[in-house]
Design a protein around this ligand. Structure first.
Ligand code: MIG
Length: 940
């Protein structure tokens, strides 16, 4: 049987201005008015609203047999062809039955009933491909479409007279920043003659269901992707029969909580995200502006916020793409994502959105579930989980501005612990430095070359056959000796521990774990065995309290070797040669304490979170008065309480260098301030220029570490030649000089949840021009960092002055510009090679820029940098103030608190004005006066 649906659409022939030429949203009104030529399907299709999900919302399931044609659209592209114009075609495609392998669906390009070209899922390989009379090609090594997720496919055709037409096809292009910044992976290019007048949706295979939607042709990229953002627009129709919440609670001033009517409140699982206990929970009396609707549709549970189109979205964690998240759709299911190949999943999950209204007020939404979930920000905020996920609460937060919102997020999901000061220093890593003599050599090089550095990292090659908690007897015969050596040189060390021990009897970690029945089980109750670095491995089930204890205890002997910090990698968890590169979703976690037994799909997103929680507990158990440092690759909203994170395996490319800023910013806007990318890029060799640019900006990331993959060229600051070495030294010297400021920012973050690295729109939340600016960023509220490569940047209005703390570097091609905000006092330290050179209270220069009213203020936090004595009062907070006087300024220490308070402290003053820097010196406990001079200098 040939199922056909014919209708002709009027085509706008306005070639010349940018426009949508053709659009098919399966809107029933439109279809029923058109001439339906044949086929039962055509009739059924016209019944319901077909807006989002064609197949489901008709109430029909289309069974596709063979390669039958299912829908045909006549299109007239002749005017564009004739005039050698360019057109773009896009559509959405999703397999609704991913269990069926080897299925085909896609868009056919036809001429009078003859197929010319096709784009879609490949029947044989399950890869995405295009095909034509001459054969077919897989598009890059694009992952299979048979994954149950919505994919956006876009094609560009450049019609050319007398020549073949040029085409480009993208898979999921919207998760990239722009057209020119696409990952080669998902792109196909070629030449072909596109003389067509029909488009057809085709799907093959029995028992298979495909969703096909939003077929569009336009003359430019932007109008292709202009979604209908109107309130109640198309996304809200995705959820049928949406209902108001069944239960609405007021938790706090400006914090509400909602549950669906259908929610089974008895079954709501323990919350991993929420750290706060709300004491005065009451029924919400008023009708809040921000309120979800809930629905069960198409076997999924949906939560939808019908937010105004003018609002800007941020957060959602580590996702790829730009700073502003409007239009994005991502999946929360932690994923090892080598070279960021997969567009819509990353290593961490933060089911949280920050919304900023045009007036600068802000709101936040926490979807408090650990389940595999999706968020769609194309029209409002649409969040969904599989239909069998347990019900969960949705939290809404209202704040006067984005900064306050982040503090509220910190109050609710928890804040970072105060890190040891060395962890804020620069760090050097590679996969891997070995043997131990090479590690010593790296340490010596840093000191000889006077490039500041605090930490050297040990990656998996130190282990004995990749067995965790062991040391290779030949490469690292004396780890304690090596660590002692590093300590004498002023370095700390961080060593890697993966989650999965080798499956091997006689290996103590395996044996002792087996004894307590520690391993994650398959659905049949067997130990789940996967494959990772050591070969066959088992996976500790960190949901079980005794397993976390067992894990924590393992750090005893390990830390005895003089280990300072722990790096937990691969904890999504990553599993080689496994579907989705992780363990099966129906594996079983047994839980305990507050955690009920559950499937992996429930606990996957907190596997890393629970692992680093246990690691941290182990470190605190070993040394209760040492601030632990744990770095984790996977994490979850709220996991900032247990460790810092980095952004995984990026590539040594310009695109990933640029990407690193919005990625770190959005992690910062998701409650995790302590993060950063692999400086220089992990996959591949950086060029000297790329590395120089990257470290020049990377020196200002909260977590600042160079790293590179196995088998790449050397990526130390000096490995790229003299120019790059100089640039690195300069940049890192400046990081260390900013240490008093940076350390104070981390303390703020620890105290109140604020971000260390912030987008510039935080400086002026109602200035709409700043909302998407992600080439530049701020450190705290008083310093803007502008990378050398940044172009046409949008900066906040107001007084800003160059903060020059590098020696005579004006000619340097790589250094970021640092701008200090008017009204601020930034404490600047001296040049050191490691934070180990610092005491609790150190020499400082106060860099001062007055505001329009001739005033400035700033704060400095100081403590020992290591233990927890600061909680008992061993710290000092100094608040500085400056005011214009006749011909100069007067600087005082307005107030001090803490046991380290001083009654005499000689400091330098650097007063930056529009025509130079004026210097002063004196006892800040009295008053320091500085007279204005007209000298351009840098701050020494
Ligand atoms: O599959 O330990 O992201 O930083 O160097 C590779 C080796 C495993 C992945 C981490 C990377 C680390 C590497 N690891």
């Amino acid at each position: 049987m040939r199922l056909s649906l014919f209708f002709v659409l009027t085509v706008l022939v306005g070639a010349g201005f940018s426009d949508v030429i053709f659009e098919e949203n399966f809107d029933c009104r439109q279809i029923s008015q058109t001439a339906v030529k044949s086929g039962e399907n055509a009739v059924s299709v016209s019944k319901g609203s077909l807006d989002f999900s064609w197949l489901e919302e008709t109430g029909n399931k289309l069974l596709h047999k063979g390669n039958d044609v299912d829908a045909v659209w006549d299109v007239d592209i002749e005017p564009y062809r004739k005039n050698s114009k360019t057109i773009y075609i896009s559509f959405l495609l999703r397999n609704l039955n991913p269990d069926v392998k080897h299925s085909f669906a896609g868009l056919g390009i036809y001429n009078n009933g003859n197929e010319l070209f096709g784009i879609g899922n490949d029947f044989e390989s399950n890869y995405f491909k295009y095909y034509y009379s001459g054969g077919s090609r897989i598009i890059g090594k694009a992952p299979t479409l048979v994954d149950g997720e919505v994919h956006l496919i876009a094609a560009r055709i450049d019609f050319r007279k007398g020549k073949k037409d040029k085409f480009t096809i993208w898979l999921d292009p919207l998760v990239r920043r722009d057209l020119n910044d696409q990952n080669e992976w998902k792109i196909a290019r070629g030449e072909f003659e596109f003389d067509f007048n029909e488009l057809r949706f085709r799907a093959g295979d029995e028992n298979n269901k495909w969703e096909f939607d939003e077929l569009k042709i336009a003359t430019d990229w932007d109008s292709l992707f202009e979604y209908d953002n109107s309130p109640g627009g198309k996304v809200s129709k995705a959820i049928k029969n949406a209902e108001l919440p069944g239960r609405s609670e007021k938790l706090d001033k400006d914090v509400n909580r909602f549950y669906a009517k259908y929610a089974d409140l008895e079954q709501v699982p323990f919350s991993f995200a929420i750290a706060k206990e709300f004491e005065n929970v009451s029924r919400l009396q008023e009708t809040p502006g921000l309120r979800p609707v809930f629905s069960k549709t198409n076997g999924r549970k949906y939560v939808y916020f019908d937010t105004p189109a003018e609002d800007d979205f941020y957060g959602i964690g580590e996702a790829q793409g730009g700073l502003k998240r409007n239009g994005y759709r991502i999946v929360f299911y932690n994923r090892d994502n080598y070279n960021y190949r997969i567009p819509d999943k990353m290593y961490q999950s933060h089911p949280w959105v920050m919304g900023v209204r045009p007036d600068g007020t802000a709101y936040g939404i926490i979807f408090d579930t650990t389940w595999k979930s999706e968020i769609d920000l194309r029209a409002g905020i649409l969040f969904s989980v599989p239909g069998d996920a347990l019900d969960f609460p949705v939290y809404t937060l209202e704040a006067k501005n984005p900064s306050r919102l982040l503090e509220m997020l910190g109050e609710i999901t928890g804040k970072i612990d105060m890190p040891p000061r060395w962890a804020i220093g620069y760090q050097q890593c590679r996969y891997s430095y070995y043997p131990d003599s090479r590690v010593r050599e790296i340490a010596r090089e840093f000191r000889q070359r006077q490039i500041p550095c605090d930490v050297i990292w040990l990656d998996i090659h130190y282990m004995d056959g990749y067995r965790i908690f062991t040391f290779d007897p030949e490469r690292f015969p004396n780890p304690k000796g090596l660590n002692d050596y590093l300590h004498t040189k002023g370095f700390k060390n961080v060593w890697m521990i993966d989650p999965a021990p080798k499956y091997e009897e006689g290996y103590s970690v395996y044996d002792s774990g087996s004894e307590i029945d520690a391993w994650v089980k398959t659905k049949d109750g067997e130990d789940y065995i996967g494959k990772v670095w050591p070969g066959k491995t088992v996976f500790p089930d960190y949901t079980i309290p005794r397993v976390r204890k067992w894990w924590a205890d393992h750090y005893q002997d390990f830390l005895d070797q003089g280990v300072d910090g722990v790096w937990n990698d691969m904890n999504e968890p990553a599993v080689f040669e496994a579907k989705g590169h992780t363990m099966p979703p129906d594996n079983i976690h047994r839980g305990g304490g507050k955690l009920k037994p559950g499937k992996h799909i429930q606990y996957h997103n907190v596997y890393g979170y629970l692992m680093i929680k246990a690691t941290r507990e182990g470190m605190l158990q070993y040394a209760p008065n040492k601030r632990p440092f744990v770095l984790s690759r996977a994490n979850f909203l709220g996991g900032q309480r247990f460790g810092a994170t980095w952004t995984g395996d990026n590539g040594s490319t310009w695109a990933h260098l640029e990407q690193s800023i919005p990625m770190s910013l959005n992690l910062s806007l998701s409650g995790q301030p302590f993060n950063g990318p692999d400086i220089g890029g992990f996959v591949g060799d950086a060029t000297p220029q790329l590395y120089a640019h990257w470290i020049s900006a990377g020196a200002y990331f909260p977590f600042s570490r160079s790293h590179t993959a196995n088998g790449t060229k050397n990526h130390e600051p000096w490995s790229f030649g003299e120019e790059t070495e100089k640039a690195s030294r300069r940049a890192l010297n400046k990081r260390y000089r900013l240490m008093p400021y940076l350390y104070t920012l981390f303390w703020h973050s620890h105290k109140n949840g604020s971000a260390v690295m912030k987008p510039v729109f935080f400086a002026d939340p109602d200035d709409k021009s700043l909302r998407a600016e992600d080439q530049v960023f701020m450190l705290g509220d008083n310093l803007i960092v502008i990378p050398k490569w940044a172009e046409d940047v949008n900066l906040p209005e107001g007084v800003f002055r160059d903060l020059e703390i590098g020696d005579n570097e004006k000619w340097d091609k790589y250094q970021c510009k640092l701008l200090q905000k008017g009204g601020s006092i930034i404490p600047v330290g001296e040049k050191v090679q490691s934070t180990e050179e610092l005491g609790a209270v150190n020499p400082i220069t106060l860099s001062i820029v007055l505001d329009e009213n001739g005033k400035a203020s700033g704060r400095l936090y100081e403590d020992s940098g290591k233990g927890y004595e600061f909680k008992e009062g061993e710290f000092v907070v100094s608040n500085f103030k400056a005011e214009r006087t006749d011909g100069g300024i007067s600087v005082t220490c307005d107030k001090q608190v803490g046991e380290f308070a001083y009654d005499k402290r000689f400091v330098k003053i650097a007063w930056i004005t529009e025509n130079g820097i004026s210097f002063g010196y004196g006892d800040i406990c009295k008053e320091i006066e500085v007279m204005k001079t007209d000298k351009f200098e840098y701050i020494e």
